[in-house]
Design a protein around this ligand. Structure first.
Ligand code: NZQ
Ligand code: ZN
Length: 387
C-alpha cells in the first residue's frame, strides 16, 4: 500500500425522508442568506425545489435562486452566480440537483470571494487565496460523487474546453442522499450515471501498487453492487432499494476510500472531457466510449489486474489475455444491452474530423499515474478505435 492521508469532512445524511432535515442542516452550516442553485427544470417540475425553498424560509433563511444550470455546466453560469452572491451578500450555497448543479455551485463558492474571471481557477492561471463559501447539497442523481468530494468540473463553450479543479474547501458541509429523489431520473441519465460510477472505480483500480487488499475489495464490491442494481432500476425506475444502492455506491466510489493506499489514473476522464467540451457529449456517454478503447490498449500493460477484473467483477473464469479481453467484452455487453448506452463515437454523432485536434489536447493532459503514456499517437489510436 501507498501511504495516504484520508480526510472527508462531508456530513452524509442518507435515507428515505431525509429531505425533511434540509432546513435545519442549512441553518447550521450555511449562514443566514443562501444561494439556492438548481438545474434546467427537473427539480422544479417534481416540486422538490419548492419544498426546499419552503424549508429554508421556515427556519428563517434568506433565499436567492439561480436556476438553469446546464448538464456539463458552463462558466457563464458560475459568473452569474458570483454576481448574485455579491449583490445579495450571500453566506452560503445549497445545490439541488445532479453533479452539474453541484459543480456549478462549487465554482461559485470558490470564485465569489475573489475578483477576476472564475475560469482562471479551472485553467490553473491562478489558485484560490481565500476560503470558499460554505456549500450543502441535495442530490437527485446517482453518478458523480461530487456530493462528497472537493472537485468541480466546468465547461467553457467559447473554447471547447472542459476542466476540473480540486480544493479542500469545496467538500460540501452536508449532503442529503434521499433515494426517493432519484426515482424520477430518466433511463438515459440513470444509465449514464451508472457508467460514471463504474468509471470512477476503474480510474482507481487498474494501478500497479502491490498489496492493496482493502481498497481492491471496496472497489470490487462497489462495482458488483452497481452491476446488480442496474438491471433492477432499468426495468423498474421506482425500485427504491436499487436506487438507494446506486446512490450510496456513487458516493463511495469517489469520496477517497477506493483510492486510499492505491493510485488514481484519471486518463479516461481527461480524455472524456475532450469529447464533452467539444461536442457536449453527456459525461457518462463519453466515458462509455473512452474506457473500453483505453482498456483494450492498456490491458497488456497490467494484465493481472485486468484478469482479476474479469474474474471478480464479471464472473469470468480463466487467466491470461483471453480472460482479460472477455472481461472487457462483458462490460461492453452490459453497457449496450442492459444500459442501452452507446460505446462508439458514432453513437454520439462524432466522426473522425476532430480526432487530431483531440489527440493534441489529450496529449497535453498530465495524469499523475497513467497506465500508458497519453502521447498524441496513443490518444489518436484510442479515439480511432472507438469510431
Ligand atoms: O437540469 P435538470 O432539469 O435538473 O435535469 C438533469 C439533467 O438534464 C437530469 N436530472 C438530474 N436529476 C434528476 C434529473 N431528471 C429527473 N429527475 C431527477 N431526479 O439529469 C440530467 C443530467 O444531470 P447532471 O447533473 O448533468 O448529471 P451528472 O450528475 O451525471 O453530472 C455530470 C457532470 O458532473 C461532472 C461531469 O463532467 C458533468 O459535467 N463530474 C463531476 C465530478 C465531480 N465533481 O467529482 C466527477 C465526475 O467524474 C464528473 O466529471
Ligand atoms: Zn466521472
Amino acid at each position: 500500500m501507498e501511504p495516504f492521508v484520508y480526510q472527508n469532512p462531508t456530513k452524509l445524511i442518507f435515507g428515505e425522508g431525509k429531505l425533511d432535515t434540509v432546513g435545519d442542516e442549512a441553518k447550521a452550516a450555511l449562514g443566514e442568506r443562501i444561494l439556492l442553485v438548481a438545474g434546467k427544470g427537473s427539480a422544479r417540475r417534481s416540486g422538490l425545489l419548492a419544498r426546499v425553498e419552503e424549508s429554508l424560509k421556515a427556519v428563517g433563511l434568506g433565499v436567492t435562486l439561480l436556476e438553469g444550470v446546464d448538464p456539463n455546466p458552463r462558466i457563464d453560469t458560475v459568473q452569474e452566480g458570483v454576481r448574485l452572491v455579491r449583490r445579495d451578500r450571500l453566506t452560503g450555497l445549497l445545490a439541488v440537483g445532479g453533479g452539474s448543479v453541484i459543480d456549478c455551485a462549487k465554482g461559485i463558492a470558490l470564485a465569489a470571494p475573489h475578483d477576476g474571471d472564475p475560469w482562471d481557477f479551472y485553467s490553473r492561471a491562478r489558485t484560490a487565496t481565500k476560503a470558499p463559501l460554505a456549500l450543502g447539497t441535495v442530490l437527485t442523481l446517482a453518478a458523480t460523487g461530487s456530493e462528497a468530494n472537493g472537485n468541480s468540473v466546468v465547461s467553457r463553450p467559447a473554447t471547447g474546453e472542459k476542466r476540473a479543479l480540486y480544493h479542500p474547501g469545496l467538500f460540501p458541509r452536508f449532503s442529503i442522499l434521499d433515494p426517493v429523489l432519484t426515482v424520477t431520473t430518466p433511463p438515459d441519465q440513470t444509465a449514464y450515471g451508472i457508467v460514471d460510477i463504474l468509471s470512477h472505480v476503474y480510474e482507481q483500480y487498474f494501478h500497479r501498487v502491490p498489496e492493496t487488499p482493502l481498497s481492491d475489495g471496496i472497489a470490487e464490491t462497489v462495482m458488483r453492487t452497481v452491476i446488480e442494481a442496474a438491471p433492477k432500476v432499468m426495468a423498474d425506475p421506482g425500485d427504491r432499494a436499487a436506487r438507494g444502492a446506486l446512490l450510496w455506491s456513487s458516493t463511495v466510489a469517489l469520496m477517497g476510500l477506493v483510492k486510499a493506499g492505491a493510485r488514481g489514473d484519471w486518463s479516461c476522464h481527461m480524455l472524456s472531457h475532450e469529447l464533452s467540451g467539444r461536442y457536449d457529449t453527456p459525461h457518462g456517454g463519453a466515458l462509455a466510449v473512452v474506457f473500453p478503447a483505453w482498456m483494450r490498449i492498456g490491458c497488456k500493460e497490467n494484465l493481472p489486474r485486468f484478469v482479476r477484473f474479469a474474474n471478480r467483477v464479471w464472473g469470468i473464469a480463466g487467466d491470461g489475455e483471453g480472460a482479460a479481453l472477455a472481461g472487457i467484452e462483458a462490460m461492453e455487453r452490459f453497457y449496450t444491452n442492459t444500459l442501452k448506452v452507446g460505446i462508439r463515437l458514432s453513437d454520439y454523432g462524432i466522426g473522425a474530423d476532430r480526432i487530431d485536434e483531440m489527440a493534441r489536447a489529450g496529449a497535453a493532459q498530465n495524469p499523475m499515474f497513467p497506465l500508458f503514456r497519453l502521447s498524441e499517437e496513443n490518444v489518436a489510436r484510442l479515439f480511432r478505435s472507438a469510431l
